[in-house]
Ligand binder design. Structure first.
Ligand code: ADP
Ligand code: MG
Length: 254
């Protein structure tokens, strides 16, 4: 059996008295495009943030590629990882947010070169060569010297994807990557994501783009109020939802 890229077992997360994730169980296989859908406030972003060390889970087990997130297990005991070890785990995970968060004072190519140079200590020339290739791949080979303010939202988001890929992650997390875009700019971003999927990247995609989920997704989980309500192949869940909550949600977004 292959090691899942992500495995969640009974994952709980609270903020103070607010119980947000109420026992999430799921598995993401390597090379899978895993779509996470559900109403606003159901805990989708919180779950992604737990995978990427932006939040710590309160109970359960969460692992990426067979390694516990943030912990090392010895016998029955769990030990928190040191900051340097957490940094190593995070390096392998790329994240793309709804808002692109590019560095405004850097050009597109400088944005893409930044992390490999700063985090990995990579030589500038090596980082630049890779960044050029990546910007080309996301269709921005002619915009490498543009500043974010000189790019459309969709172009900025594609730079953000290239920037995440520059760290050569084994897992990409997308948190509503097209939700902040004008409708006519959504397609180019989804095309880049489709290309990544074809290249075998493991991706968890939080999205309301059900067309993308149906065409590109290998698995889909519907989450509501901190629990997994229903899961399966996107085509099955989207065309033949079993649970009332899933039906109600899909009737609003489809
Ligand atoms: P989704 O991404 O599905 O819309 P979120 O994971 O962003 O949902 O949020 C789920 C719930 O957790 C919301 O009610 C939100 O207000 C709450 N929440 C998220 N982050 C925090 C935080 N840092 N502190 C307190 N509450 C939070
Ligand atoms: Mg969210």
């Amino acid at each position: 059996m292959t090691t899942p890229m992500v495995k969640a077992e009974g994952v709980h997360k609270s903020f103070g008295a607010a119980h947000i994730l109420k026992g999430i169980d799921l598995e993401v296989a390597p090379r899978e495009v895993f779509c996470l859908v559900g109403p606003s406030g159901s805990g989708k972003s919180t779950f992604l943030r737990c995978i990427n060390h932006l939040e710590q889970i309160n109970a359960g087990r969460l692992s990426v590629d067979g390694q516990l997130v943030g912990y090392r297990q010895k016998g029955d005991k769990l030990y928190e990882l040191k900051d340097s070890e957490v940094a190593l785990q995070r390096r392998d995970i790329g994240m793309v947010f709804q808002r692109f968060n590019l560095f405004p004072h850097m050009t597109a190519i400088e944005n893409v070169m930044e992390a490999p140079i700063q985090v990995k200590g990579e030589a500038k020339a090596v980082a630049r060569a890779r960044a050029e290739k990546l910007l080309d791949r996301v269709g921005l080979g002619d915009k490498t010297k543009n500043y974010p303010s000189q790019l459309s939202g969709g172009q900025q988001q594609r730079v953000a994807i290239a920037r995440a890929l520059a760290m050569e992650p084994k897992l990409m997390l997308f948190d509503e990557p097209t939700s902040a875009l004008d409708p006519e700019l959504v397609g180019d971003v989804l095309d880049v994501m489709r290309g990544l999927a074809e290249d075998g990247m493991t991706m968890i995609v939080v999205t309301h783009e059900m067309g993308f989920a149906r065409e590109v997704g290998d698995a889909l989980v519907f989450m509501d109020d901190g629990v997994v309500v229903e899961s399966g192949h996107p085509r099955d869940v989207l065309t033949n939802p079993q649970q009332d909550r899933t039906k109600a949600f899909l009737s609003k977004v489809l």
